[in-house]
Design a protein around this ligand. Sequence first.
Ligand code: PBG
Ligand code: ZN
Length: 318
Amino acid sequence: MYRFRRLRRDDRIRSIMQETRLHPKDFIYPIFVIEGENIKNPVESMPGIFQYSIDRLEEILEQVKETGIGGIMLFGIPLHKDPQGSQAYAKDGITQQAVRFIKEKYPDIYIVVDICLCEYTSHGHCGMVKGEEILNDETLPYLVKMAVSLAEAGADMAAPSDMMDGRVAAIREGLDQAGFTQMPIMAYSAKFASAYYGPFRDAAHSAPGFGDRKSYQMDFANGQEALREIAADIEEGADIVMVKPALAYLDVLKEAALTFDEPLAVYNVSGEYAMVKAAAANGWIDEKRIVMENLTAMKRAGAKIIITYHALDAARWI
Ligand code: PBG
Ligand code: ZN
């Protein structure tokens, strides 16, 4: 009989044997920035998460600094929406302003920007719309404009989440031509059409006005196709590839880790956060232990980067 329990006898030997360890730098924390002044709106379905106006951002940026997490990911919420999502690439758009503010006041914070139009379009889709159709190639120039304008504002990394075909290549080319050859792209590569995004769409005011996102986001039944999406994004020049959501897709993440050498990110999404917070609020689970178990599982499955609303709490619990 092999005595596995010899190496589990007490905390000292258990901690020596631990294969996967979380570090605050593993985490990227999503932040919602809303137009206006003196705003800190709680997101009802995401306890502990708020929409901040720029003049109230410091409160949360101080915590980002203090916990030493890897970085932040910005989601802008504009007042004005139109069919072309023009505030996504306006020079003084809400996200551009937020990036400039953070770059100036907190130059040490690493800023990832989500590249997608759904928060900015009046129809709430991630691309240009004709009738009921979400157009692919017509959308690409707008995504490129958004990425370049946020690079000009000072963003450190671009993370396209729209799921249009060919967007990574288009954004890479656009960034290079504008002189941003050193800006990395983290592609939301295997992004599934998921009910787990529900709370986010309340937080970011980005629910589609008609239909759903199934013609561009992936069918959650498809694991093979996820690997092809990831391969295509690597081919197009993605520096980091992502699987999203996390928990119901750890098989995809693991498979990707075994298949590709490129760094992997995983997005622990809003619905996953909401479920943990709701059960914890009822006293049905131990929040701290559940969060650490979930995040460790994501890293164990192969994630180098974990984008999570638990980032600040988890960094303090490590
Ligand atoms: C924008 C975007 C979404 C999320 C990240 N970027 C929403 C969506 O695709 O509908 C979801 C994040 C979350 O649920 O936490 N396309
Ligand atoms: Zn979108």
